[in-house]
Design a protein around this ligand. Structure first.
Ligand code: ATP
Ligand code: MG
Length: 407
């Protein structure tokens, strides 16, 4: 057997063998210093296959390892058969991805440490602060940042276009507002399910004191002033508004004001664009509940990071109830109320109920119940009057199941 020649990429790759415990592999890659090689070892078929040995060796050492591996029955996946190649790639994917993601995170935190701009920590993410202005939302001290929100907050920092989809009252708007409140960014909201015209959105000419003036709509205003714009219920927007939006969906996307002699509006670095929707994409199955919602085409959706925001878990909602209604709400009462909300949502998912049960509705009911001392009386304006008689009867049943009448 000849000693392998160690030229550049030769011998790099994945060596594997089958064992009783499944696949075992060694991966050879180039290390940081010249003439050194990184060897990683792992067991398993790639799903969550973790690296258990990770070392750097010189060329001579690698030659010795290669000999040993050959004796032990390891074979390099050089693409002998398409199947081998596919399985090697499958095994190698996760360890390699995890290494790259760790590198990217380290680079990001380094970049971050070098920036002079003040930041505030939200969840796991350092968010650059804006300047205080009257459009900064008020902080809700009871607001709970769920672990699930970290990716969304990171996308905001990276200046991605974020669309939040989910049932009414799941917390789409408040998530963006609470990130803005804590990082001092002004927020503009524009609701598409109503009278918002392309003039309101983009801008229009008007006559004032005999003079013709251009008035910026919310989109160019937010872009120029570095505000965060939330386009609420985007699935109800008219096509001309979507057309204007599409131009600014790229990170540095500019807006051309055709009506104003093609003036170009470039985005301020602090400008962020968000959308919320109830019945788009993965929520499309609930379109019948949100009448009049439009389907959004895939090319449009692909320009966003789309997050499906579910209701908070019962444990999280218990927390929110206690924090929001402190000091009057106890954990015991809150846990029961959160369980009722969870049961109503389960009934909704089974299509036994036709109305969703929002966090907003739950908080309102709880607040009113603390005032009246009577869950049933509080439920009338907070819940029953908003739903069909059949739904009201079912919800009443769920409530009785959890709360015994007073003696
Ligand atoms: N994580 C949370 N912590 C505390 N309160 C929350 C949280 N999420 C939602 N809420 C409460 O629920 C209310 C409704 O949330 P929000 O208005 O953000 O819902 P939404 O998804 O935008 O609803 P819609 O589709 O009707 O616009 C908020 O005002 C807040 O009181
Ligand atoms: Mg909303």
């Amino acid at each position: 057997m000849t000693t392998p020649e160690l030229t550049e990429d030769e011998n790099l790759g994945l060596y594997q063998r089958a064992t009783e415990r499944g696949a075992e592999w060694w991966r050879v890659s180039v290390a940081d210093r010249p003439e050194t090689y990184r060897l990683e070892h792992g067991m398993g078929d790639g799903r969550g296959a973790a690296v258990d040995i990770d070392l750097v060796v010189d060329a001579e050492n690698l030659r010795a390892k290669l000999k040993k591996w050959r004796r032990e029955g390891f074979a390099i996946d050089s693409g002998d058969t398409p199947n081998d190649l596919a399985s090697a790639a499958r095994i190698a994917f996760m360890p390699e991805l995890q290494r790259l993601a760790a590198q990217a995170a380290a680079a990001a935190s380094h970049r971050h440490a070098q920036q002079a701009q003040p930041t505030v920590r939200i969840g796991h993410v350092e968010v650059p602060c804006g300047v205080d202005n009257p459009l900064v939302p008020r902080i809700n001290p009871a607001y709970l940042f769920s672990e699930r929100f970290n990716d969304i907050v990171e996308d905001i920092v990276e200046n991605r276009r974020v669309m939040l989809i989910g049932h009414t009252g799941a917390g789409k708007t408040s998530l963006i507002e609470q990130v803005a409140a804590r990082s001092h960014h002004g927020v503009l909201r524009s609701n598409m399910n109503g009278q918002t015209t392309v003039g309101d959105f983009v801008g229009f000419w008007t006559v004032k004191g005999g003079e013709t003036l251009w008035v910026d709509g919310v989109l160019p205003s937010a872009m120029r002033e570095g505000l965060w714009l939330i386009v609420d219920e985007i699935d109800f927007a008219e096509p001309s508004i979507l057309a204007a939006l599409t131009a600014v969906l790229e990170p540095q996307g500019r807006l051309v004001l055709k009506e104003k002699g093609n003036e170009i509006v470039a985005p301020h670095p602090a400008f962020r664009l968000f959308a919320t929707a109830n019945a788009v994409g993965a929520m499309g199955q609930f379109r019948h509940l949100y009448q009049g919602a439009n389907l959004m085409n895939e090319a449009f959706l692909d320009r966003w990071r789309v997050y499906l925001l579910d209701y908070l878990s019962p444990a999280e909602e218990t927390d929110v109830l206690v924090r929001t209604l402190a000091p009057h709400m106890t954990r015991t009462l809150a846990a029961t109320l959160a369980a009722i909300a969870a049961d109503c949502r389960a009934a909704f998912a089974r299509e036994d109920l036709s109305s969703a049960f929002s966090t907003r509705r739950l908080l309102d009911w709880a607040e009113l119940m603390l005032r009246t001392g009577d869950p049933e009386r509080a439920a009338a304006p907070a819940i029953y009057a908003k739903v069909s008689p059949e739904d009201a009867a079912l919800i009443r049943g769920i409530i009785r199941h959890h709360i015994a009448p007073a003696a």
